[in-house]
Design a protein around this ligand. Structure first.
Ligand code: NI
Ligand code: MN
Length: 228
């Protein structure tokens, strides 16, 4: 059994694991680098890291079309339910739950989380997924660098997905420090080159990471995937 990770551009990810399609932060409409469309993607579950528009994205429309379950912090799950989505599951920071696709824990993230209409989106999160075959995938969400990433690294991370765009999240320097703390086997950079404001030289970053750590960097383009 393997898990396939697809990057749809910006912070939008897809995971195929244990026979389920999972979308993370599905932002297609208005995303200048989106490699798929909101009215075609498959979803059994939708995971939302925080309330910002470039992460909540098309969650409500996709959940209504696919009947997917939306998983997020309790505030966002409640807001999504108030929009008419039937299946939601609220968790909170540090809490894990055994979903059909694996064990999902919400991790800290240093960021904001106001929802698009100004509603309280609780606190931002990252996701730590343990797949059915025991692989650990850490998706940091939008976050600045924080020292407790070391604690996440202690779990033994197979794949880390980190923002490197700067301005709103960690930039390349802090993302390199994050890799040193987390020590994942593989890292995938995201949340860059969506707009000029977060343009980065990802090749230069990958070279630095591979020179200074033993982590393998997988630079993928929107629409591409990798299997672990
Ligand atoms: Ni954000
Ligand atoms: Mn963002």
């Amino acid at each position: 059994m393997s898990t396939k990770l697809t990057w749809y551009g910006h912070a939008t990810l897809g995971l195929e694991t244990a026979g389920f399609h999972i979308l993370i932060d599905p932002f297609f409409n208005g995303n200048p680098v989106a490699s798929a469309s909101a009215d075609k993607v498959e979803a059994d579950f939708i995971l939302i890291t925080h309330g910002h528009g470039d992460h909540v994205g098309d969650s409500v429309a996709i959940a209504k079309r696919t009947n997917a379950m939306v998983i997020s912090n309790a505030e966002i799950a409640g807001w999504i339910a108030s929009k008419g989505v039937k299946k939601t599951h609220g968790q909170h920071l540090g809490g894990g739950y055994k979903h059909p696709f694996g064990y999902l824990k919400l991790t800290l993230a240093l960021h904001g989380s106001a929802l698009p209409d100004g509603s309280n989106g609780g606190n931002p999160a990252g996701f730590l997924l343990t797949t059915q075959d025991g692989k650990k995938i850490y998706m940091a969400g939008d976050t600045g660098l924080f020292g407790d990433m070391r604690l996440i690294g202690e779990e033994g991370i197979d794949l880390a997905v980190l923002p490197i765009g700067d301005n709103y999240t960690m930039g390349p320097d802090d993302a390199l420090r994050a890799v040193k703390m987390i020590q994942p086997k593989v890292v995938v950079p995201i949340h860059f080159n969506t707009w000029d404001l977060i343009a980065q030289d990802v090749t230069a970053w990958a070279e630095r990471v591979e020179r200074e750590t033993s982590t393998l960097v997988k630079v993928i383009k929107p629409g591409e995937n990798l299997t672990i």
